[in-house]
Design a protein around this ligand. Structure first.
Ligand code: SF4
Length: 423
């Protein structure tokens, strides 16, 4: 079966969206250090923040007993407000000591946070001051992981946008960059398919500081994650062009995403089909097993990771699940255009959050599974609702053909557990 010819758009592009502003329940962008420090293997993330930030990073990322961690918090106390120049000196001292002790660090991110004493610090200036001292051995970049008006995946967006600003200029013939941090195994799979199609690909972020892609007017990029609005903007400012595609979740999403690249690079349909048909069929087979248990089950997405729309499209189209409400922190209609077109007509979409009202809607609907942040999951479980932590969907390898079954499993397991407990 040629899946491309069977795609039916259902047209949710013009559906009304419930926009809410009120109390929100989200983690801040510092959380993304948990997966970013594993991805860029010679980078170090120095959070400039408060004790709260230190607790968050430490408890989310855990303590490495056998390896030296590649993240830490420089705690800025209130007493430091007395002299900002002193803080600059203190920060330089901390960084110099760190780089002396850890010569394997080749890229250092100064990560801002939201306490008022940190907001006053000019970390951009601090980064350029430290670069004068440490380049070419270590590159110092800065971004904000602040929790004010952001959600946790925006930490990755801010990090990659700062990296993108710094990328070398690409002047060769057409190249493809995939933006968004992916597990190495998933990157390897995508690299293999694209190489077989004759397309050279590089990833942002690269696995090491010296393996970042070059970008220029001949660059096209595919977003692997839907939460990279700022990164996309910087890449475009550097002359790159975005390829529009749904995100690579499930057999259908992965096929359409790869097809966007194949079409741009003039890959013949027969070649595309030959390379993708076997893994696509494996994914479809894996999904067919889950469809039996998940088909007809209802799912409610609270706004958290910004993965909600692509995951809802996957759940509805590839698992036959019923979408009760699809909440997203922000609805970027341009990046989401292809996802919106594939959602069932009449899908209840909401943007932003007024958490009490949304909880009331969720309780009234009593969905079979609710995808939400950690802070809402336990109370909802206590009320007898089945939940899935949205952050787990960011940590887990869920992109691509070979992971499609695992992604379905993340929804199926909590439902199966609840059903077993109910008998
Ligand atoms: S950045 Fe702000 S929201 Fe995040 S841990 Fe620090 S104080 Fe809390």
């Amino acid at each position: 079966m040629n899946i491309i010819s069977n795609i039916k758009t259902t047209g949710c592009e013009t559906a009304p969206v419930l926009r809410e502003r009120g109390q929100r329940e989200v983690f801040c962008g510092l959380t993304s250090i948990v997966w970013l420090h594993r991805k860029i293997q010679d980078a170090f993330f120095l959070v400039v923040g408060s004790r709260t930030c230190a607790h968050l990073v430490q408890s989310a990322a855990g303590v490495m007993i056998f390896a030296e961690p590649r993240f830490a918090t420089a705690i800025i106390d209130e007493r430091d407000l007395a002299g900002l120049a002193d803080i600059d000196d203190e920060l330089d001292r901390v960084v110099n000591r760190l780089l002396e002790r850890r010569p394997e660090i080749k890229m250092l991110f100064l990560v801002g946070s939201c306490p008022s004493e940190v907001i006053k610090l000019d970390l951009k200036r601090a980064a350029s001051r430290l670069n004068r001292e440490h380049l070419p051995n270590v590159r110092v970049l800065n971004y904000s992981g602040s929790g004010i008006e952001t959600t946790f995946t925006q930490g990755e967006d801010a990090c990659l946008a700062s990296l993108a600003e710094d990328l070398p200029k690409y002047t060769g013939k057409a190249n493809l960059v995939i933006a968004g941090s992916l597990p190495d195994a998933v990157e390897d799979q995508f690299t293999r398919y694209l190489k077989e199609m004759g397309i050279d690909v590089s990833f942002l972020p690269g696995r090491r500081s010296n393996a970042m892609p070059a970008v220029g007017p001949n660059t096209v990029f595919l977003m692997a994650q839907p939460f990279l609005g700022d990164t996309a903007r910087v890449l475009k400012e550097k002359g790159a062009t975005a390829l529009q595609a749904p995100f690579p979740f499930g057999a259908e999403g992965t096929t359409l995403w790869l097809k966007a690249a194949a079409t741009h690079f003039g890959v013949l349909d027969t070649v595309f089909e030959k390379i993708t048909s076997a893994p696509r069929q494996r994914a479809e087979l894996a999904l067919s097993k889950f469809k039996k248990s998940l088909g007809g089950k209802s799912i409610f997405f609270f706004p958290d990771s910004q993965l909600e729309l692509p995951l809802a499209r996957f759940a509805s189209r590839e698992l036959d699940m019923k979408l009760v409400e699809v909440g997203t922190p922000y609805l970027h209609t341009q990046h989401m255009a292809q996802e919106l077109a594939l959602l069932p007509a009449g899908t209840m979409l909401s943007e932003g959050q007024d958490v009490d009202k949304q909880l009331d809607r969720c309780r009234a609907a009593r969905p079979d599974i609710t995808v939400c942040g950690l802070g809402l999951a336990n109370p909802l479980e206590a009320e007898g609702l089945t939940t899935k932590w949205s952050i787990e969907l960011v940590f887990s390898p869920i992109h691509g053909y070979e992971q499609a079954g695992d992604l379905a499993g993340l929804f199926a397991r909590p439902i199966a557990r609840s059903e077993r407990l109910a008998v």
